[in-house]
Write a protein that binds this ligand. Structure first.
Ligand SMILES: Cc1cc2nc3c(=O)[nH]c(=O)nc-3n(C[C@H](O)[C@H](O)[C@H](O)COP(=O)(O)OP(=O)(O)OC[C@H]3O[C@@H](n4cnc5c(N)ncnc54)[C@H](O)[C@@H]3O)c2cc1C
Ligand SMILES: *[C@@H]1O[C@H](CO)[C@@H](O)[C@H](O)[C@H]1NC(C)=O
Ligand SMILES: *[C@@H]1O[C@H](CO)[C@@H](O)[C@H](O)[C@H]1NC(C)=O
Ligand SMILES: *[C@@H]1O[C@H](CO)[C@@H](O)[C@H](O)[C@H]1NC(C)=O
Ligand SMILES: *[C@@H]1O[C@H](CO)[C@@H](O)[C@H](O)[C@H]1NC(C)=O
Ligand SMILES: *[C@@H]1O[C@H](CO)[C@@H](O)[C@H](O)[C@H]1NC(C)=O
Length: 526
């Protein structure tokens, strides 16, 4: 789950020179076009479209099956971008690689995100703590600062003072119960699923996904003041959506906030390592234009790139949101994927020589201390007041002596004019703007996109309208690889214990886990 209150701080003083830690093996165009069908059939291949969290981990999971069971398969990973990581990518202040990088997309994960955590350990990557880095947080409604806090999220007297004891406790109980269920997805007993409604049912989450966060918390006895201020601050910073719009499962994920970390150098380093260790061939700058049946009777697939090259595959994994990918599918398949609107998020990153926001913007007297992280609620707007001019604005640590980074999330472009009001005049030295289709709009629902589009063709990002994080994309990829290996290779990531395959795996399963239960991570330890 990703976190709310510890969101996205950049480690103070960190400096990291960018260096690609390995050279990505690329196919040249010539090699792609000269591959013969006969060779194709000799060594079965899987194509993965997308080199983000989902696609890179899919390649990694396949390599685990190769390693354990000798599954004979080659993997091609395609991404239209020139970098690995997708929505996990960084930017450098002034584009100066000697300064500490700033996450432009996905910033944080937590310890219960067991794949991200495990990967960072095994790949020797340095985690840095965002926890309580700068401590202070305020909630702004567009007109007034409703609440400020300096300590931890749950346990402070100020929270109790404003919201009472019961609402925070009941919300915390909802989140803990959700987390306990979530953790079962890492155990050997975890199901393999081809229908997310069924998974929701199995986890007891149907009533979390079929109600708004507002409705669910109200039924759980949480006061509307708490939901509309603190919880909404979290859903807005994490998912750009209000509590009366977003379903309660993602609302609960927004509140799961202990021990937020990120990878020094960028979270994408995990995804680079997944690909490097998988041995997959990575084709960057390569747009996939279409995925079609190889022939009317076959369950093999033909991929055509934008530049016209074609290649055949036994299995294809789509690891990008389908509707923005521009991919054409066989006519019978495209309509199976229902339209899925995404939040159009504007990320504005700036460098300022001011160590603080301008207090007068927030209605405070000049010289007053202003929290370093300002979250927002739509409560003012719901009462007929003005909407906040952003979803959140936060300091992200020191860029260098006398300069700080600030990150703004908003649903529209942030003009220089606003920057001049929220920060002291003439203090902004560098601005970088990025627009994302960041995560799905997440209204309550009881249906989800299909995961298996056809035999041999699977869709990782079907998981996103359920939960959208780096970690859950890795889990969704594990599940999809499991389905594909079972359907097309009579194999699996871990062996028959978790396989639903009728034909069973090609070899003996690995030895049973000898790690303590809580360290066990399905797929890594089997
Ligand atoms: C601003 C922001 C903040 C976020 N904060 C967090 C956070 O703190 N923690 C967290 O866990 N998550 C966060 N998220 C969500 C997280 O980024 C996503 O859930 C996750 O990264 C999605 O990974 P993915 O691999 O499924 O998709 P993507 O990362 O989107 O990867 C898909 C890839 O497919 C490629 N592609 C698309 N079409 C084609 C094509 N036709 N041919 C070839 N390649 C194609 C794209 O270029 C892209 O690289 C955030 C997202 C954003 C934007
Ligand atoms: C991808 O394209 C970019 C920009 O055109 C170029 O700088 C980069 O070298 C290319 N990368 C690869 C791996 O082909
Ligand atoms: C990680 O670092 C440890 C200790 O420095 C080393 O023993 C180990 O081989 C490293 N692992 C990898 C995968 O690089
Ligand atoms: C939501 O799911 C629960 C549990 O299955 C069910 O009882 C309830 O009727 C559903 N509510 C809506 C609004 O669909
Ligand atoms: C920031 O820079 C501006 C001009 O570039 C200057 O006027 C101002 O005094 C500086 N502020 C601080 C706090 O150094
Ligand atoms: C998943 O199962 C539900 C209920 O059984 C069904 O209505 C829905 O169509 C299924 N979804 C997909 C994508 O197959």
């Amino acid at each position: 789950m990703k976190c709310s209150i510890n969101f996205c701080f950049l480690l103070v003083g960190a400096s990291y020179a960018f260096q690609l830690p390995f050279s990505v093996p690329f196919f040249t165009k010539q090699q792609v076009t000269t591959v013969e069908d006969s060779i194709v059939d000799a060594t079965p291949r899987i194509a993965i479209i997308g080199a983000g969290a989902g696609g890179s981990s899919a390649a990694f999971w396949i390599s685990k099956a190769k390693e354990r069971f000798g599954v004979d398969v080659e993997v091609d990973v395609f991404d239209l971008e020139s970098y690995i990581g997708g929505r996990s990518t960084t930017v450098y202040p002034y584009h100066d690689h000697s300064l500490p990088e700033i996450e432009l997309g996905a910033s944080i994960f937590v310890k219960v995100n067991k794949n991200m955590w495990r990967a960072s350990e095994e790949f020797n990557l340095t985690r840095r703590d965002f926890h309580e880095e700068e401590g202070s947080m305020g909630i702004w409604d567009g007109q007034q600062l409703l609440f400020t806090i300096g300590g931890s999220w749950w346990d402070t007297l100020k929270v109790i003072w404003r919201y009472g004891v019961l609402s925070p406790k009941r919300t915390k109980d909802v989140v803990s119960a959700m987390m306990q269920k979530f953790l079962t997805l890492y155990t050997p007993e975890a199901p393999t699923w081809d229908n997310l409604s069924h998974l929701a049912e199995e986890l007891g989450w149907t009533d979390l996904v079929n109600q708004t966060t507002d409705q669910f918390l109200q039924a759980a006895g949480v006061s509307s003041k708490f939901t509309h201020e603190l919880v909404e601050a979290a859903t807005r910073v994490n998912y750009g959506q209000n509590v009366d719009a977003i379903h309660a499962l993602e609302g609960a994920c927004s509140m799961a906030d202990s021990g937020a970390v990120g990878i020094k150098g960028g979270n994408f380093l995990i995804f680079e390592q997944f690909l490097k260790r998988s041995g997959a061939k990575v084709h960057l700058n390569t747009t996939v234009a279409s995925i079609t049946h190889r022939s009317a009777s076959s369950h093999d697939w033909t991929i055509q790139t934008k530049s016209g090259e074609t290649k055949h595959y036994k299995g294809v994994i789509i690891a990008t949101p389908f509707h923005t990918s521009g991919i054409k599918l066989s006519p019978s398949l495209g309509p199976k994927i229902p339209p899925q609107p995404y939040v159009h998020l504007h990320v504005t990153i700036l460098v300022t020589n001011s160590s603080s926001f301008d207090p007068t913007y927030f209605g405070l007297a000049p010289g007053t201390h202003v929290p370093k992280m300002m979250l927002t609620t739509a409560e003012g707007e719901r009462q007929g007041g003005p909407a906040p001019e952003f979803n959140s604005i936060s300091y992200h640590g020191v860029v260098r002596e006398g300069e700080w980074a600030v990150k703004i999330f908003s649903d529209h472009r942030i003009e220089d004019e606003l920057l001049e009001r929220v920060l002291p005049q003439n203090s902004v030295r560098w601005v970088y703007r990025k627009e994302w289709y960041s995560y799905p709009k997440l209204p309550p629902t009881d249906t989800f996109p299909p995961i298996k589009l056809d035999t041999g063709l699977y869709y990782v990002n079907a998981f996103e309208p359920f939960i959208s994080t780096m970690e859950t994309e890795i889990i969704a990829a594990r599940n999809v690889v499991q389905l594909l290996l079972s359907d097309k290779f009579a194999s699996s990531i871990c062996g028959p214990r978790i396989s639903s395959s009728e034909t069973g795996p090609a070899a003996e399963p690995p030895a049973p886990p000898n790690k303590a239960d809580e360290d066990f991570v399905l797929g890594w330890d089997c």
